[in-house]
Design a protein around this ligand. Structure first.
Ligand code: NAI
Length: 321
């Protein structure tokens, strides 16, 4: 049998760790030997108010089981203070789990500037500030694991969550680039897309489903992604109820709608090609990087330079349903 996954000597910051998913991550990391900074502002679901209670309770829980933990009550908007707490108490930082979150659901027409700004500040800017403060330390020690938290609301859209959807998918973009910038320093960055019972979902999820979605069933996925032996980088992983899956963006093979390199594009030629441009049900392709996307573009341009009839725009590694 393989050895248990341990985090002895590693220091982890978990933001929003006073409740819900963050609490489950912090408890599991603490039980596996990590020194944990339990960050939580202790505010309401919509981001008002604050309290040290929730973070203190989780720290007590970790310590009562023999683990190492310290509370931090800063907002993630002041992420550099949270990383400072890790450095002052444990002398290093290895793992950053960006998890803190709030909701300010409104239909789009009714979103105020403050509903927009606070949701973006907590989710997107908070993850930026916290991760950026840790980044030079991770680079210098050539080791780090970073988690961002997105949502199906961002990936698919969800009525009343325009502010939240935008911020959550922004984190996927941030992750995509940090995975590239961190690669050479052994910093792996991944996104978790959870569905869990918490105060954020208690009035959204049907009760029968709610009781099956314990945060403790997602924590092992996040903890695995945070381990030194996990080489996953730049991925978006969905998890709930003891199940997990990796997301990928796909596109249709597309259609060149000019006859040759000298031919102009017209709205009519776009219209004629539209069914092929937009059909992702028969064949689709998955690109692994921006270089592959540029490479594929060059192939299409080359095909236009060839004699008429040869610009069929076939891509070899597309898949058929
Ligand atoms: P939760 O409300 O139980 O936990 C979030 C914690 O973050 C709270 O304890 C809160 O005090 C803390 N927090 C809020 N603003 C903060 C700030 N500025 N600084 C520090 N801490 C702050 O909610 P849950 O469900 O555990 O959410 C965790 C993350 O997962 C959030 O980012 C949420 O958007 C995301 N998520 C949750 C889903 C679910 O099904 N529960 C679905 C998709 C995403």
């Amino acid at each position: 049998a393989e050895e248990n996954l341990r985090f002895d000597g590693r220091v982890a910051v978990v933001t929003g760790a006073g409740a819900g998913l963050g609490r489950a991550y912090a408890l599991l990391l603490g039980s596996r030997g990590a020194s944990v900074v339990v960050n939580d502002l202790g505010g309401s679901r919509s981001g008002d108010g604050k309290s040290s209670n929730v973070a203190d309770q989780v720290v007590q829980e970790i310590k009562s089981k023999g683990g190492k933990a310290v509370a931090d009550y800063n907002s993630v908007i002041d992420g550099e203070k949270i990383i400072q707490t890790a450095l002052e108490n444990f002398g290093r930082i290895d793992i950053v789990v960006n998890n803190a979150g709030i909701l300010r659901d409104k239909s789009f027409a009714r979103i105020s500037d403050s509903d927009w700004n606070l949701v973006h500040d907590v989710h997107l800017k908070g993850a930026f500030k916290t991760t950026q403060a840790a980044w030079p330390h991770l680079r210098q020690q050539k080791y780090g694991r970073v988690i961002f938290t997105a949502s199906n609301s961002g990936l698919y859209g969800n009525f009343g969550q325009a502010n939240y959807s935008a911020a959550k998918l922004g984190l996927v973009g941030l992750n995509n680039t940090l995975a590239i910038e961190g690669r050479s320093s052994n910093i792996n960055c991944n996104v978790i897309v959870p569905t869990a019972a918490s105060r954020l979902t208690e009035d959204i999820l049907p009760p029968d489903l709610y009781k099956e979605l314990k945060p403790e069933l997602i924590a092992p996925v996040v903890v695995w992604l945070c381990h030194e032996s996990c080489q996953e980088n730049g991925s978006v992983i969905e998890s709930a109820a003891g199940w997990a899956s990796k997301y990928a963006l796909v596109r249709s093979p597309g259609k060149v709608f000019r006859k040759s390199i000298t031919d102009n594009a017209s709205p009519e030629s776009v219209r004629a090609a539209w069914p092929e441009i937009t059909d992702v049900t028969k064949r689709f392709e998955h690109l692994g990087s921006i270089e592959e996307a540029t490479g594929s573009l060059l192939t299409h341009i080359e095909s236009l330079k060839s004699p008429p009839g040869s610009s069929t725009n076939e891509v070899e590694d597309s898949y058929t349903f």
